[in-house]
Design a binder for this molecule. Structure first.
Ligand code: HPA
Ligand code: ZN
Length: 336
């Protein structure tokens, strides 16, 4: 093939499975919403905001990420933020996204659950109509808060559950193991929701075991540290568990010190069902396409590796079988 790596990746049909929509809020939009909603911001310029995005770990990032979300006040804000993300995804050749949102970040500052949920659902509908992008919404519980708060959030979400595909678990990992949320995950499963949990980003392999055995998740978000445990790795391979890996996030949050040392290629070679995602692209320096391109270059990924990542993004999605089959056929046709 003579086309460039960038062109090959752009044309490859793919889905994004690990994206926090609040983490797609670009500094320009943060100022726009801040002004529109008369919310005071601790920064004077877009440049000042970007300069603050130097993180040495997950908590450094989370502190600034929760602060940034404070400008989101209306359904219109959430809809516009979502549409800005979907336009980027469309430009990168993305066809489907399963997006996380953190309702507690918004309800804890006084917004009703409906503002975030209805705004995001409106953006998702608009993306399907205008861009042909399909999507699913995943409600994340904040793990630094207690399980009762997660239960209250699930209850508040009850009227929206027919439009929410699953639940997730995010925020500060270490010290907040999956076991803390066993009841609310069981209740979520009983309501027909798919289950995801961040595990093994900074937390130990034991947290990945707990996500599998106690929460009974359908997907592991990140999962990097599972590689430290051979039996766990074997379990993940044998069960075909999808890992939603985020290379540029891992670099920014110092989960890896150099992209060339990123485990994504090793994961694929071990037979793990890894996918490539952007996590919080406004904060971590790149959307889906950039994650693919920079990782492919750093790890010297083959076209076959890239095709595997693209296929995994659909077989690991919560789309129905027929849609998955359609996308897999399109990937085969493209690769040929
Ligand atoms: N990890 C945990 N929680 C998060 C992240 C992340 O990368 N992004 C937004 N919330
Ligand atoms: Zn994440």
């Amino acid at each position: 093939m003579t086309d460039t790596l960038e062109a090959f990746i752009a044309g490859l049909p793919k889905a994004e499975l690990h994206l926090h929509i609040e983490g797609s809020l670009e500094p320009e939009q943060m100022f726009e919403f801040g002004r529109r909603n008369r919310v005071d911001m601790p920064f004077n310029s877009v440049e000042e905001v970007r300069a603050a995005y130097a993180f040495s770990n997950l908590q450094d990032f989370l502190d600034i990420y929760y602060q940034g979300a404070g400008v989101l006040q209306t359904e219109r804000d959430f809809q516009e933020m979502a549409m800005a993300y979907f336009r980027r995804l469309h430009a990168d050749g993305g066809l489907h996204a399963e997006i996380f949102f953190d309702p507690q970040t918004h309800t804890d500052r006084g917004l009703p659950f409906s503002i975030a949920a209805d705004g995001l659902l409106a953006g998702m509908k608009q993306a399907e109509t205008e861009l042909g992008i399909t999507s699913g919404l995943i409600l994340c519980f904040l793990r630094h808060l207690d399980e009762d708060a997660a239960m209250a959030t699930l209850k508040a979400a009850e009227p929206w559950l027919d439009r929410i595909v699953g639940v997730g678990l995010d925020s500060s990992e270490v010290g907040h193991p999956p076991s803390k949320f066993a009841r609310v995950f069981k209740a979520s499963k009983e309501r027909g929701l798919a289950l995801c949990a961040h595990a093994g980003e900074e937390g130990p392999p034991a947290y990945v075991w707990e996500a599998l055995d106690l929460l009974k998740v359908d997907r592991i978000d990140h999962g990097n540290r599972a590689l430290e445990d051979e039996a766990l790795t074997q379990r993940l391979v044998a069960s075909g568990m999808t890992l939603t890996v985020c290379p540029l996030s891992n670099l920014k949050l110092r989960v890896v010190e150099d992209l060339r040392a990123h485990p994504l290629k090793r994961m694929l070679d071990l037979g793990l069902k890894a996918t490539c995602n952007s996590d919080d692209p406004a904060y971590f320096g790149g959307y889906l396409g950039e994650n693919f391109v920079r990782t492919a270059k750093a790890l010297d990924l083959s076209r076959a590796d890239l095709v595997t990542l693209a296929k995994n993004s659909f077989t690991g999605s919560f789309l129905d079988e027929e849609r998955v089959a359609h996308h897999l056929t399109a990937i085969d046709a493209y690769a040929a």
